[in-house]
Design a protein around this ligand. Structure first.
Ligand code: SF4
Length: 367
């Protein structure tokens, strides 16, 4: 086939060491991965595995499950074994669950040192268990559960406090010869979060897991995460991402993927290029764009489909796209890669675009 020019990116990725979360490499030039976390009770094995299957089908690379009790720890081996994607156990408070998760075959363990009493004394044992099992860790610092000493020193969960806390905990692992971890420093304010990650990026070479914590319901959380991740990823910072939404986790994965696609850090899936409509539009452009989007749901071929409301930008955009329509005057000119293939009445625009998109997608699969 034709040589493929890689799409432009805003910055080279920050060089980091590479760790493995099961079969998924993180850092060291590996593609930025998308994570989410189950919302089911971990002890409800079927519901948890069902949600993991949905996340996997949506394109999630890594999944995290909560381990708040011994009952949760007891089922981890089944979930780790049956999940199609690597499972990270999320541990707060109880170091014994860290060891249980490692024994259960989890791909990695997230520890929040601020929430583990006498964490400093436990580090050696945790490092040894992880090293023996060949798994990685995440040092996950959160504004809401920052180490008391550091909180007191900085007078609050500032960017400096978050970065200092994470680097202190990293140094404890280093003292025990362990370096297979990534770091997160989450805050609900995107600006504090961005500053904390910038400081970390300047001071260590560990891969970074990006997250804006408690980002809120879908609309607000999507914007907060998109802005914060966009700034950092545009500077080459960030190796794996988790969008936190007060919404079903598949929504987090969809947003995460679109952020990476928008930055050319992941191959773009199907993309609808539609105009906002204005006083010149001669069709119901919102309805048209929505109907085409709905009609093509589930189609993953990387097609660019232009839906344009009039002849001002319509033919130009439609020419740049794989498939497009420039609507107006009760009809639509249908373009395929720059050529007008036909003109159809307005009522047939949606059906025609869907039919042609499916044909193009099928052709792509066969080449
Ligand atoms: Fe308005 Fe036409 Fe531009 Fe759509 S393509 S926003 S209808 S000028």
């Amino acid at each position: 086939g034709m040589p493929v020019t890689p799409p432009p990116v805003l910055a080279p990725r920050r060089p980091t060491r590479r760790i493995n979360v099961g079969k998924v490499a993180v850092g060291g030039g590996a593609p930025v991965s998308v994570q989410s976390m189950t919302t089911t009770k971990t002890t409800d094995i079927n519901a948890t595995l069902q949600q993991i299957a949905e996340l996997t089908a949506t394109g999630c690379d890594i999944v995290r499950v909560a381990v708040p009790s011994q009952d949760d720890a007891d089922v981890l081996h089944i979930i780790a074994k049956k999940s199609q994607i690597p499972v990270i156990a999320d541990i707060h408070f109880q170091p014994k669950y860290v060891f249980a998760a490692i024994d259960a075959g989890c791909a990695a363990v997230r520890v929040n040192p601020g929430n583990i009493k006498q964490f400093d004394d436990k580090v050696g044992e945790i490092a040894r268990a992880a090293a023996d099992a060949g798994i990685s860790l995440r040092i996950g610092v959160n504004a809401g559960s920052l180490d008391k000493r550091i909180l007191a020193k900085h007078g609050g969960p500032t960017a400096e406090a978050l970065a200092e806390s994470a680097l202190w905990e990293a140094s404890l692992f280093e003292e025990h010869g362990f370096g297979d971890f990534k770091i997160s420093v989450k805050h609900n304010d995107p600006i504090v979060m961005v500053n904390a990650y910038r400081q970390l990026a300047a001071q260590c070479d560990y891969p970074l897991h990006l997250g804006v914590t408690e980002a809120g319901p879908a609309f607000q959380g999507t914007i907060k995460s998109s802005v914060a991740f966009g700034i950092l990823l545009a500077e080459g910072i960030g190796d794996t991402i988790r969008v936190s939404l007060s919404a079903p986790p598949v929504e987090e994965v969809k947003v995460g993927q679109k952020i990476l696609e928008a930055l050319n850090l992941r191959q773009r899936q199907m993309e609808i290029v539609s105009c906002p409509g204005c006083g010149r539009a001669q069709v119901d452009i919102w309805g048209l764009a929505n109907d085409v989007t709905d009609g093509l749901e589930g189609l993953t071929a990387p097609l660019r489909i232009a839906v344009m409301g009039c002849v001002v930008n319509g033919p130009g955009e439609a020419r740049e796209a794989d498939l497009g329509v420039a609507a107006g005057n009760g009809k639509g000119q249908i373009f395929i890669r720059g050529e007008v293939i036909k003109t159809v009445p307005e009522s047939e625009i949606v059906a025609t675009l869907i039919e042609e998109a499916n044909k193009l997608a099928a052709e792509m699969e066969h080449t």
